[in-house]
Design a protein around this ligand. Structure first.
Ligand code: V47
Length: 361
């Protein structure tokens, strides 16, 4: 083994932070088992042997979107045959239907950037959900949506966030980060929040006491340097605020996107390597999520051996990845998640949205 790999291994064993160059060096290793071994050391030290899951439901209010990112198969124009919108009554009725399951704890609400809906509509939806289901955690709106709300309402990011908190928002999901590089965003998603804006929304949210998640979309036009710089930007902000709850890496699914004919889906090898490197670089993130919808359940289970300690939730009715040809399905039972975690030799821990353990199974 090269001396540099030995050095990295020693640093991980001693809990010493890796540098940018060391992060890049990890990408040069094709010793996947070794990367998994290191990620396991870091994971065990940082988050122990529990694997977290929750019982949640996704609600996507509309797929009509002005951003039209090249990597997205979900967003569409208002006159598209696939376009749909949901009234607040419909959102409440879906949520109530899911809440018939007494274990439901969280609604995950993200949508396209609708050209005509005013900010008040979103506040109204949150208010209605909050009054209908006072005990359910509302994890709502990505940093990209928050920037959109600021633009359409003329309010500052802070004012938008405060209004959403007043309306019932409890935390924010991690989407929209993609790759935090203006070069990449200029090419893939020039119509939405810049890298700096995404980070600024997260910073402001954390300052207001909101927790949020962080994500990365990889396997398209980004370089490995851009992947590492993305992780470093998140690590730096986490040092500053401590407000991120979990990190999720999304492998790009090209089906039905503008990039379909240019880019092929990452391999399982890439996905496990990315999972391990994320765990190793993000030494101040307690949780690294293997999102089974994107990875499929067998790969998400495997990812538990490559640094992940969080497998998301039952989800129910996922639409964004279905549009991009994801094969994992839309929903899983709690029992299936529990069995997958147990088969990997880890301890299933049902959590609430703030990562408090409800029950160790
Ligand atoms: O921001 C969109 C990604 C994200 C594609 O915070 C794609 O707990 C791959 O944010 N191929 C939305 N990825 C999903 C999201 C999320 C999901 C689950 C949990 C959490 C959380 C957040 O999906 C987008 C984008 O990065 N995405 N299209 C695609 N074709």
């Amino acid at each position: 083994m090269d001396a540099i790999f030995y050095e990295i291994e020693h640093k991980i064993r001693d809990g010493v932070r890796l540098t940018r160059d060391e992060g890049l060096t990890l990408f040069n290793s094709q010793d996947l088992a070794w990367l998994g071994y290191l990620a396991n050391i870091a994971r065990k030290r940082i988050s122990g042997d529990y694997v977290y899951f929750n019982v949640n439901r996704h609600i996507n209010l509309t797929n009509i979107c002005t951003a039209r990112c090249k990597f997205c198969a979900f967003g569409c124009d208002a006159d598209s045959a696939q376009a749909y919108t949901m009234t607040k009554e419909k959102a409440v009725s879906l949520a109530k239907q899911s809440a018939q399951d007494p274990d439901l704890r969280e609604l995950h609400i993200v949508s396209g950037l609708h050209p005509d809906w005013p900010f008040e509509f979103y506040l109204d939806v949150l208010h209605s959900l909050r009054s209908a289901l006072p005990d359910i955690h509302l994890k709502a709106f990505t940093a990209v949506e928050i920037c959109h709300f600021a633009k359409i309402s003329g309010k500052s990011i802070e004012e938008v966030l405060k209004a959403l908190i007043d309306a019932g928002m409890d935390s924010m999901p991690g989407g929209g980060a993609e790759i935090l590089s203006d070069r990449v965003r200029e090419q893939l998603c020039p119509q939405k929040a810049s890298a700096g804006e995404w980070l600024e929304v997260a910073r402001t949210a954390h300052k207001l006491g909101l927790r949020s998640n962080a994500s990365m979309l990889y396997g398209h036009i980004e370089t490995v340097e851009e992947r590492i710089d993305h992780l470093l930007a998140l690590r730096e902000l986490q040092d500053e605020t401590g407000g991120f709850q979990t990190f999720i890496c999304f492998p790009f699914h090209p089906v039905n996107t503008e990039l379909e004919n240019q880019i092929i889906r990452t391999t399982v090898w890439d996905d496990l390597k990315m999972m391990a490197i994320s765990r190793l670089m993000l030494d101040n993130f307690k949780n690294i999520k293997a999102y089974w919808i994107m990875l499929t359940l067998p790969i998400a289970q495997l990812a538990l051996g490559f640094g992940a300690n969080d497998i998301d939730g039952t989800v129910s009715e996922e639409r964004i990845m279905q549009a991009a040809g994801a094969k994992a399905g839309r929903s899983l039972s709690k029992e299936t998640l529990i069995n997958s975690i147990r088969q990997a030799g880890r301890i299933p821990a049902e959590r609430d949205s703030m990562y408090n353990i409800i029950k160790i199974v």
